[in-house]
Each structure stands twice: as C-alpha cells, then as structure tokens.
Ligand binder design. Structure first.
Ligand code: UTP
Length: 404
C-alpha cells in the first residue's frame, strides 16, 4: 500500500475504506486506490457546523415587478433579442441531479410529462427554446451539465430525438464533479468493496466543471458574455427570455434572478433577499421561522420572492470570483456496503455534500430580482405526487394551452 494513500486516510480518519482490501483482486485494489486518491475528503470538514450558519444581517429585496416589466417589455425584449442575435448569450442546463424525489429510473429530463402524446421534460424545454430562437431568428449555444452517472443516457436521448431539431453543433454536454458521501459521523461509505461511494456535488459547481471540461474555450471563442443557467425540472421554464436579458443588462447588474411571489410561507423555494445589503438567497430549509412568516405593512410576506432556478450570469463577473462556495449537507438515503453486503436503504442514512448555484448570487455583488407570473413560468417537477409533482406540472402545461 502506498504511503500517500495511508497518510490521506489517516488525516481524514477514513482507514475503514480499506477493510475489504485483503479480499480484492489486483485490479480492484488499483481501482480503490485510485478512488481514494481522487476523492475530496475535505468536504467532510463541513459536518457539525459549517460556514452556512454564519449569515449576515438579512433584509427584504426589491424586485422589478410584473407590472414594471409590462410597461417596459417592448424595450427590454428588443435589447434582449439583439443580444441573442449577436451571439453574446448562451444557456446552461443543469441536469446533473439524481431526482430522488421523483423516483424515476433515468435522467429527469427523459421523464414523459405527456398524457395523450409522448413529451419528455427535455423535449418540452426545447420547445420553449424554439419559441425564442424563432423570434430571434438565431440559435444560441446550450451547455448541458450531466452527472457522471446520467451522461450516457442523456446524450443518447438527445441523439434519439434528433436533438429536438436544434443544431447539434450548438449543444455541448459536460460532466459535473462528484464528492464522497458519508454516514452521520463522517465515515465515508463504500458503494462496492472496492469503490468509494460518490454522488454529484450539487449544482453550484456548474461553472468550474464547465471550465474543467474545456468548454470555456467556446465561451471565449464566441465572445459569450452572459450565461442563462436553468434547471431541468421546470417544464414552463423560459430560457434566454429576451425581456429578462434586456432588463438585467439595462439594470447594469452582474446577474439576474427570475423570482415568483411565494404561494405560502412554507413553500419549498429559496428566497432572494439582501444579506448585509447585498443580494443573496436563503434556501427554504435554512430560512428561520421568524423571517419565513414575517409580514409587511400591507399583510404580504416580507420575504416573498422565491427563486425558480433561472439566472443570468455575466461571464466577466464569474471570472472575477473564485466561485468558491460553502457546502450544504443533504440528508439522503445512500446505497452502501454494510457487513460485506450492499444495502439500499429507503430512509436517509447520511450526508451528500453539495454546493448550490443559489450561493453564487452573493458572489456576484449585484442581482436584478425579476418577477415573473408563476402560472406562466413555474411548473416544477420535484415529486411523483402532491405539491410540485408530475400532476401539478401537467395541469399548468394544459392551463398554458400546451398539448400534452
Ligand atoms: P434538485 O435540488 O431538485 O436536486 O436540483 P435533484 O438531485 O435533481 O433532485 P432530488 O433532490 O434528488 O429529488 C435542482 C436542479 O439542479 C440540478 C438538477 O438536475 C436540477 O435541474 N442539479 C442538482 C445538478 O445539476 N447537479 C446536482 O448535483 C444537483
């Protein structure tokens, strides 16, 4: 056994990862050593109190309201369409999640949201994009981030569907990084006797992974100045929305965030607010009750702007930050080896370590909160049933006149 490996395990208290070493073939031993060498165990330092708890002074943020936008819509749209035509904006689809809540066996984007016809989530989002590219008379580049596990199926699905009629040379797939997963005491799990258990490290690494993949060359070569980052799980997502682009540029902000008025205080959306006077987002599970239920003078929620994972980031501003983000701990059911056999628990049994795109807003310094009409732009598919589910998303698609 190599000394550097033993030293690394000792430094992080992970010697148990070698417990089956004696049973492994030479090839498996090599694999395990390589996994240990590549694993970033420093994420474990976030257990038991992380930087997240140390938040500054929180106050409400002002947004450009739906009414404000309507008044200036033509102007914003004209400016945004010009930016699309000049090739200065590209989209980034975050599709590296595991979609555990939906419980679908495959990438979430392949899920059939149709009723009378086949319509995948990817397909529906590409239809939304087609409306914009038609209006602009131009295509923009789309970077698609997958996980190591779902890359093959995602690429294949796009191919099978003839890239949804989009020019293939404008679609770029890349893979996000992974982080080890552990039990609650910080002991990293094995997924096989010779494999360190890993999971996608959250959607916050989208830009660093894009750079690592080499695709930032496309951004440089094509002089792309803005990146519209969006999630796979909203079937009403408006991507590279010209008015949103125009408004963010006109506001001279380093980023823009689409927001909706929260439907009720407990709604599971991150909230855009100010932290020490700068735009920042607090995730729903980290929002103190005192702020969650606080009302303003007219009886509305004081912290009312929920984010829908649709952001416009300025590339220069991204390059000026380290993109170094705090880790969030997600309590998850994690398959692992126990007493020599593989167990697939149905209850949470440890932590996944994730950085989140919501934390990037704070790094940007300035952010335009851009309010959109919930029923027109927010139909999340998070769960199989109940709130934010396949059923609620289907209802909203139908309400918007989309044939499914
Ligand atoms: P979610 O926070 O809903 O996570 O992702 P998830 O993994 O897809 O779903 P659950 O929690 O297991 O049910 C929000 C968006 O961020 C992407 C997802 O694909 C989705 O578009 N994401 C999430 C990534 O790209 N990478 C990740 O590591 C996590």
């Amino acid at each position: 056994m190599k000394n550097d490996i033993l030293q690394k395990l000792e430094n992080y208290g992970q010697e148990h990862l070698l417990q089956y070493y004696g049973e492994l073939t030479a090839e498996e031993r090599e694999q395990l050593i390589s996994d240990i060498r590549n694993a970033d165990f420093s994420v474990l330092e976030n257990i038991g109190g992380s930087a997240l708890k140390k938040r500054g002074t929180i106050s409400p943020v002002n947004a450009v309201s739906v009414e404000d936008i309507q008044k200036k819509c033509a102007e914003y749209e004209r400016a945004g369409l010009e930016i699309i035509r000049s090739g200065k904006v590209a989209a980034v689809l975050l599709a590296g999640g595991q979609g555990t809540r939906l419980g679908f066996d495959g990438p979430k984007g392949c899920y059939n949201i149709g009723i009378n016809k086949k319509l995948s989530i990817f397909g529906q989002q590409m239809n939304n994009i087609a409306e914009v590219t038609k209006q602009a008379g131009a295509y923009f580049h789309i970077f698609i981030m997958t996980s190591a596990a779902n890359r093959g199926q995602t690429v294949e699905f796009f191919k099978e569907n003839n890239y949804f009629g989009y020019p293939e040379n404008k679609l770029h797939f890349y893979v996000q990084e992974q982080a080890p997963v552990s039990d609650y005491s910080g002991k990293v799990y094995l997924s096989e006797k010779h494999r360190v258990a890993l999971a996608p490290n959250g959607n916050g690494g989208w830009y660093l992974s894009l750079i690592k993949s080499g695709l930032s060359k496309v951004i440089e070569k094509e002089n792309i100045e803005w990146l519209n980052v969006y999630s796979v799980d909203n079937v009403l997502q408006r991507i590279c929305d010209p008015a949103f682009i125009g408004a963010t540029v006109a506001a001279n902000c380093n980023c823009g965030a689409k927001v909706v008025k929260k439907a009720y205080p407990e709604e599971k959306v991150g909230v855009l607010c100010l932290e020490d006077g700068k735009p920042a987002i607090i995730e729903y599970y980290e929002m103190p009750d005192a702020l969650k239920y606080e009302r303003d003078g007219s009886g509305g929620l004081k912290y009312c702007y929920g984010v829908i994972l649709n952001y416009l980031f300025n590339v220069k501003a991204l390059n000026e930050t380290s993109c170094s983000l705090p880790y969030h701990l997600a309590d998850k059911a994690l398959a692992h080896i126990k007493d020599g056999v593989k167990v697939v628990p149905d209850k949470p049994c440890g932590y996944k370590f994730e950085t989140l795109v919501v934390d990037m807003v704070k790094l940007m310094g300035t952010c335009l909160a851009y309010e959109v009409v919930r029923e027109k732009e927010f139909a999340p598919v998070k769960n199989a049933e109940g709130a934010d589910s396949v059923q609620t998303a289907r209802e909203l698609l139908i309400k918007n006149g989309i044939e499914i």
